[in-house]
Design a protein around this ligand. Structure first.
Ligand code: ARG
Length: 233
């Protein structure tokens, strides 16, 4: 048990990184998601097509593959020319002269992935607003954009808060996939402590409780927000 206690500082460091990546990714994901959602709802066919392709691709492929693609794949296309180095067997070996910073790769992969889910959340939110709202705004002389900005979006935001909370919880747990590119987030920090101490049960239960405390607090907070926003209607 004292191993678990001794390893707490390391686990807290991991938790900190998990939270930073989750907050950053869902934050950037909201911006990407808003753009994608509005594109999917726009009258321009090309915009709709691009946004749909984006959502389909990033929702339809595993986040794990996307992380590997960003971290290992992007450096391959970014490198200028090819460089060879003799390896220990005297054989020429291709080296990449461009390396992706881990944390940047992590946030890019998670933001783009989250953006695809958030795009659908926003689209559903906008479409849930009664058609009469848009018609009324337009009949008052507002342009489509103005009606969206001042009438539809403020109402839609309220409705998307609960599903956005769910997305945050999902992303928080899915950041554990980043351990494959050596990001020492909460799960990976647990794995490192176990590798040193062999106290698998104590450590992994502690890691699980860390996730639970965050997700539980957040879902209670979302419940509270939902109730508060309802009374505003
Ligand atoms: N587990 C799914 C995957 O591997 C979803 C990952 C991301 N989840 C999310 N809500 N952004 O693709």
């Amino acid at each position: 048990m004292d191993v678990a206690i001794q390893s707490l500082p390391l686990l807290f460091k991991g938790l900190e990184l998990t939270l930073i990546i989750t907050l950053g990714s869902v934050g950037i994901g909201c911006i990407i998601g808003m753009i994608a959602a509005l594109s999917r709802l726009s009258g321009k066919r090309l915009l709709r097509l691009l946004a749909t392709a984006y959502v389909d691709f990033f929702r339809g492929t595993p986040l794990l593959v996307q992380i590997l693609l960003v971290y290992y794949g992007i450096p391959v296309i970014l490198q200028d020319g090819q460089a060879f180095l003799m390896n220990t067997f005297g054989m020429p070996q291709l080296i990449h002269n461009y390396a992706m910073p881990r944390l940047i790769a992590a946030i890019i992969a998670c933001s783009i992935n989250s953006g695809a889910y958030i795009a659908e959340i926003f689209r559903a939110g906008v479409q849930s607003i009664e058609k009469g709202q848009m018609e009324a705004a337009r009949s008052l002389g507002m342009t489509h954009g103005q009606a969206m900005r001042y009438i539809i979006l403020p109402q839609a935001i309220k409705r998307v808060i609960p599903p956005l909370g769910n997305e945050f919880i999902a992303m928080l747990k899915d950041t554990s996939l980043l351990s494959v590119i050596g990001i020492i987030e909460l799960t990976k920090s647990g794995m490192l402590v176990v590798a040193r101490t062999y106290e698998a049960f104590a450590i992994y239960i502690t890691v699980a409780i860390f996730y639970l405390v965050i997700t539980f607090t957040l879902s209670r907070y979302i419940d509270y927000l939902e109730r508060r926003l309802k009374t505003g209607d």
